[in-house]
Ligand binder design. Structure first.
Ligand code: 5BU
Length: 261
């Protein structure tokens, strides 16, 4: 059997339907980076400092704005200008989980107004397809993209089996807005979807609260994911910049090897 040739990030642009997915594939190709960095800090200034320092190495910055003790509108404007300077996108890891109407309101309103500044966000599919519709009404006019939580990295996760399959089926029904998945590896051969994997470090291991770390090679090369999401592996290191450079080259080289195989 002749294996189907793997497509490059650039070649996958035309397969993606969602505009944020197209933009992300383009940045991944241009910057030769499949690294998403999450500085899970509690002060806006620390987050902005990390974003500026690590920005050159990443395609995507993942935030948890509700960790910030001093969130402000100015913070979002500063983050956007750093994202522009270093050419990366922003992913607020909000994990929406309510009925469509409320999720849509939470995305648009409240203190954070996530849809105003975050290119990408994500949702659990526990409520059913209405959550995708509710978020889409707010996000799609702004060319935002949604990731479905198809799997999680934590031990004992219930996102598996039929649940994961349902996430893939829902994504295929909403390709205009759903750009891909949070998953532990590739879930579908459709090259338009992007798979992002958290729980990544240089060494396998766990934290004290159920996080399970996999290596870059196992995620990109063996499991066929597209993006590594790295937090403590970078921000808790002695030299975050050096670690970010390492993760960028580990991730990109694993992708290049996958293309060859
Ligand atoms: P870490 O420091 O590399 O462990 O950070 C992992 C990040 O990814 C953290 O922000 C989590 O909220 C996020 N995460 C995760 O770890 N596992 C998951 O299944 C999902 C998100 Br979904």
């Amino acid at each position: 059997m002749i294996a189907e040739k793997a497509l490059t990030y650039e070649e996958r642009i035309e397969h993606a339907v969602n505009p944020a997915a197209k933009k992300l594939f383009a940045i991944m190709g241009e910057k030769q980076s499949n690294l998403c960095f999450n500085p899970d800090v509690t002060k806006a200034a620390d987050l902005l400092k990390f974003a500026d320092e690590i920005g050159p190495f990443i395609c995507l910055l993942k935030t948890h704005v509700d960790l910030l003790e001093d969130f402000s509108y100015e913070f979002t404007q500063d983050l956007l200008s750093i994202a522009k300077k270093h050419n990366f996108m922003i992913f607020e890891d909000r994990k929406f989980a309510d009925i469509g109407t409320i999720s849509g309101k939470q995305y648009k309103h409240g203190i954070y107004k996530i849809s105003d500044w975050s290119d990408i966000t994500n949702a659990h599919i526990v409520p059913g397809p209405g959550i995708i519709e509710g978020l889409k009404q707010v996000g799609l006019p702004k060319e935002r993209g949604l990731l479905l939580l198809a799997e999680m990295s934590s031990s004992g996760t219930m996102a598996k089996g039929e649940y994961t399959k349902t996430a893939v089926a829902l994504a295929k029904e909403h390709k205009d807005f759903v750009m891909g998945f949070i998953s532990m590896g590739k879930l579908t051969d459709d090259p338009g979807f992007i798979h992002m994997t958290p729980g990544v470090k240089k060494q396998k291991g766990t934290d004290a609260l159920g996080q399970q770390y996999k290596t870059v090679e196992s995620v990109i090369l063996e499991n066929g994911s597209d993006i590594i999401i790295v937090g403590r592996g970078i921000y808790a290191a002695e030299d975050p910049k050096k670690e970010a450079a390492d993760y960028q080259s580990l991730g990109y080289n694993a992708y290049l090897r996958r293309l060859e195989n």
